[in-house]
Design a protein around this ligand. Sequence first.
Ligand code: AMP
Length: 116
Amino acid sequence: MSEATSTIFERIISRDIPADVVFENDRIIAFRDIAPQAPLHLLVVPKTAEYANVAELAAGDPALLAEVVATAEQLASEHSNGEYRLVFNSGESAGQTVFHVHAHVLSGSLNESPLA
Ligand code: AMP
């Protein structure tokens, strides 16, 4: 993908810019959100830039989506109490700002959230 169209997550994956990485394998990276909305707020990101949102990922590589979910579960146990909210924003009006599919893993004291 060209520099002009690459997202900030590709620059994190390629280590062009730093992030607080908590997990990485050959297909997925996870790091702390720079603007946390919960005591634990991680982003679980497939390394491929092929999919802009969760529906595209589900259609194109369901096994990778399952791996994203399993990684979220594992990280919520390692970094919090194992209970979490998994959020995929899809589309600008739904709050998506980075068009490279990613799961938000939110855990700890979510009772104040408007969605609770
Ligand atoms: P979304 O709005 O669902 O597309 O989520 C994008 C998320 O990426 C937001 O929660 C941002 O706070 C987060 N974010 C943006 N830039 C960075 C960065 N450099 N490091 C970590 N998280 C970031």
